[in-house]
Design a protein around this ligand. Sequence first.
Ligand code: ATP
Ligand code: MG
Length: 322
Amino acid sequence: MVSVSGITPSGRLTLGNHLGALRRFGADSAGDDFYFVADLHAMTTKHDPRRLARLTREAATLMLAAGLPPGSVFIQSAVPAHAQLAYLLECTSYVGELSRMIQYKEKGNGRPMTRASLFTYPCLMAADILLYGAEKVPVGGDQDQHVELARDIAIRFNREYGETFVVPQLEKAKQAARVRDLATPTAKMDKSAPDDAIGTIRLLDPPDVIRRQVMRAVTDSGDEVRHDYEQKPGVTNLLEILAACTDGDAVELATAYSSYGQLKTDVAEAVLAVIEPLQKRYADLATDQAELDSILAAGRDRAIEAAQPRLRAALHAMGLNG
Ligand code: ATP
Ligand code: MG
């Protein structure tokens, strides 16, 4: 089964990105998948070109460090078919359905200076998925609505223009679908948070910084360790993180703790046990930039070849025969 998924280089990658996405890609990958750094998606809000280039490379290196097969990793903008198919899909999508996307409503917030690409983002994401005939799309919970839309777009295209695309399945995360911010545990941990946001654990931060962040995590009133998102969002987030890092069950883990302090110490150690090996592999890969270039070039060439037949079929189906 072919899986396709991407990570947007809109900031330095977080623990949420690893537990909700990266780590799952690596675990499942049979070598026939497509994992990309979604640099085109990082331009839907104001961006700095140099920072984007740096973050793109960092994200690609982290994907490889997380264990993805080298041939499956590439950079989205290096494969022109993504933008080409996205335009065709914009021509099959409706303003009404795009306006309903939560991410657009939250990030655009009705402001006239919102980039048009933020509005059409789900069409590019649908293209990312449909180009490769993805059967599975492993993403964190915040992307469910976009994957549902990609399914709707594929079904509509096939009905109106003839059978062209595989209709993908959403693959929901079983664990860590939504890692929360450590300082504001009612909100998702986002990599586009400001660089100095204390509630965001960055995968490449020094271990002592990460340990300190966990120890400073906001907890809730009282001192009972209980899994309860409504009454105890901070503690529950820590339990969820601990469960994801140790492959345990968050509700069961709660019964083992009688104080917040011990829970935090164990969370910090569990997080570092996941992050430190990743940082080591990252450092090894980063020492040879020429090798990295050639890995990414091979990934790009494979993706270009794989994307071509479906792009051509879609063009022809819509009457574009030039
Ligand atoms: P941004 O703030 O730019 O939206 P992000 O942290 O949400 O960044 P994305 O590039 O949008 O990251 O998503 C990459 C992958 O990581 C997606 O599969 C997404 O569902 C997953 N993901 C992102 N944040 C979390 C989180 N806090 N918990 C679990 N999964 C997450
Ligand atoms: Mg996001």
